[in-house]
Design a binder for this molecule. Structure first.
Ligand code: BG6
Length: 514
């Protein structure tokens, strides 16, 4: 009998790993250098709902440097005090803030009114930042977070640069932008030109908040920190992969944006493509931003292009009709406030794509996303092939259910493996599931997605951000699908169902229904 006190026996016989104590390896990087974070559009929804709570979480968690400042910038006329009051109210509204945290944050916050299209405003901003840096010993590192509509990106980037604020001689100058990065390939290139003539690629941080989700980060850990998955993660063993991002909410108050974008631009060009790339990439030689993003680029390059003729076989688009969603009556998309009555904007898409390379040849990747589906669920399923031969055929017949590995991204974050086992008692098989609940048994520190994004930006780590080549390749891939669909090919589905029936046919029973 092995003695659990003997480390060698504990490891080899009892399978107890000799891991160092978790607190020795599990820590967040701490930002050491002073930094000034300028948030444009600070009075808007994103800043109040996400950025302020994220900064408060970083400060409370001890991840911020000793010297830092948060400078709010927007068109609204506020002074430092009224700005702080608004920020405190935002923090109270979105999760609350400990008095000690607020006491630390408040004196580090100030406000400056800026007109995004007015160069003089940016000269004044530059002077104010220099004065603040001298007063508070902040050095020259600056982050400019553009929490503003994309139409303002170019003005802000141009005016920052004209005021000398893109210059990196005294510290870093980083520009953070949110999707959408254009509306198609050509507009993405126009934006890229506008930004790149003033900022270099290493200064631009393009956020995809899906990449900062814990369980999305976990995909690479699962694949490449375990020896057992990678050997079977390929066309020899995998039948198909399905990537589902279902939402029960409708278009909400965002019709003016959404109707112009639709599900393909809103979810596929960014979040869905990132999920696909993480499932499909080759292992980089090091977990390092450029190497990881190089591998993603290779996947995007390998996507089999759609010809217009192929579209009907590989793409189903839908739009929600009225129905009942999560027990509540939901209006049709066309009846939502701000949606034009004749809109052909898709709110649902199911797509079958192939990655043309050695590993994935012939394996379909099904991607499904839609609004007003029965529940909020983001999930990746790797469906394995059935056993090649059933030695049990005389007892159970030829068909034995194949294995399935499911990565539940949200909610109820978990990884589960379904396999076959003998039922206790009679000679019959049953499907059973081994389940790993992502947060169970973990009591260490956590970071909300936006806190992770801000932390990485301060640290200059681009791993979880889009690179321009990836943005363009994905737009290029989606190009044949982006025009208004033929009305006969935009299928209605009742709110609260799993999309149009045509999607079921495309998926041939794969992945979509719970
Ligand atoms: C956003 C889209 O990027 O992602 C929204 O614009 C969508 O339409 C949202 O609802 C989904 O994000 P999450 O984190 O709720 O899955």
């Amino acid at each position: 009998m092995a003695d659990a006190q003997d480390p060698a026996l504990a490891e080899v016989v009892l399978g107890r790993p000799k891991n160092p104590a978790p607190d020795a390896t599990c820590r967040f990087d701490q930002v050491e250098e002073p930094v000034t974070i300028v948030i444009f559009g600070v009075t808007g929804d994103l800043a109040g709902r996400m950025l302020l709570p994220a900064l408060a979480a970083l400060y409370a968690g001890g991840n911020m440097p000793e010297n830092f400042a948060i400078v709010g910038a927007s068109r609204t006329d506020l002074n430092d005090d009224t700005f702080r009051e608004r920020m405190r109210a935002a923090l109270e509204a979105f999760g609350g803030v400990e008095p000690k945290t607020w006491e630390g944050l408040a004196p580090r916050m100030s406000y400056i009114r800026v007109h995004y299209d007015d160069p003089a405003s940016f000269t004044a901003l530059g002077a104010a930042l220099d004065a603040l840096a001298a007063e508070k010993n902040l050095g020259g590192n600056r982050i400019f977070y553009l929490a503003v509509p994309p139409t303002a990106y170019e003005d802000i980037a141009v005016n920052l640069a004209m005021a000398g604020l893109a210059d990196e001689t005294k510290g870093h100058a980083r520009l953070v932008i949110e999707k959408p990065f254009g509306r198609d390939l050509s507009t993405a290139r126009v934006l890229e030109q506008a930004l790149h003539t003033r900022f270099s690629e290493h200064q631009i941080f393009r956020i995809d908040h899906y990449l900062a989700k814990e369980t999305v980060q976990n995909i690479l850990m699962l694949r490449f920190a375990n020896a057992i998955f990678e050997p079977i993660w390929n066309r020899r063993y995998v039948d198909y992969v399905s990537i589902l991002a279902a939402e029960s909410i409708g278009v909400e108050h965002r019709a003016s944006y959404y109707d112009h974008f639709g599900v393909l631009r809103d979810m596929f060009q960014n979040h869905m493509m990132q999920l696909l790339s993480l499932c499909a990439i080759e292992p980089p030689s090091l977990f390092e931003a450029e190497l990881v993003r190089d591998e993603k680029t290779k996947v995007f390059r390998a996507l089999r292009p759609f010809s217009t003729a192929d579209l009907a076989e590989n793409l189903v688009l839908g739009q929600y009709a009225s129905g009942v969603c999560a027990g509540v009556k939901a209006p049709a998309y066309l009846d939502e406030e701000g949606v034009p009555g004749e809109s052909l904007t898709p709110t649902f898409a199911a797509m079958k794509v192939y990655v043309d390379n050695w590993r994935w040849q012939g394996v379909p990747f099904y991607m499904i996303s839609g609004k007003r589906l029965p529940e909020k669920r983001t999930e990746i399923a790797v469906q394995f092939k059935p056993v090649p031969f059933s030695m049990f055929r005389e007892i159970f017949g030829d068909h034995i259910k194949a294995n399935r590995l499911t990565l539940r991204i949200q909610p109820d974050e978990q990884v589960s493996l379904t396999f076959q086992a003998k039922a206790p008692g009679p000679m019959c098989l049953r499907s059973v599931t081994m389940n790993f609940n992502y947060y169970q048994g973990y009591e260490g520190p956590q970071l909300p997605a936006y806190a992770k994004v801000l932390l990485d930006c301060m640290l200059g780590d681009q791993t979880l951000f889009w690179r321009q080549d990836g943005v363009e390749l994905c737009w290029k891939f989606l190009a044949p699908m982006l025009g208004d669909p033929d009305p006969g090919r935009l299928f209605l589905y009742k709110a609260g169902t799993w999309g149009p029936q045509e999607a079921g046919k495309l998926l041939t029973g794969h992945g979509l229904t719970p």
